[in-house]
Design a protein around this ligand. Sequence first.
Ligand SMILES: [Zn+2]
Length: 109
Amino acid sequence: MLRKWRCVICGDEIIEGQRFTVLRDGFVHLECLFEKLVKEGRLSQDIAALMDAVEVLNYLIVRIKEAKRLASSREVIDMLEAVRIDAEKHAAQISSLLERMAGLGGERG
Ligand SMILES: [Zn+2]
């Protein structure tokens, strides 16, 4: 069953297949985040690089979950699960660095 998430920037639902990431404040479409950072003059090359990387990792996570559904042997399932956990860890680290570099989510000063 699919959970439903809303983008904290535009308020629309995030549909499977859309590019998104998770920030401290919640889920966001990558397009919405990109637009917000451009408008606020906060988009740097480093931030663009991090957004690219997090997009690839999120795609990887989705694909690995699909691969896991196809797998039947314990060995393969365990391997895919290890890859997913690693990718999620790195995606979280990248998101957190992205937030720090873009000055997001820390509005309480
Ligand atoms: Zn959005």
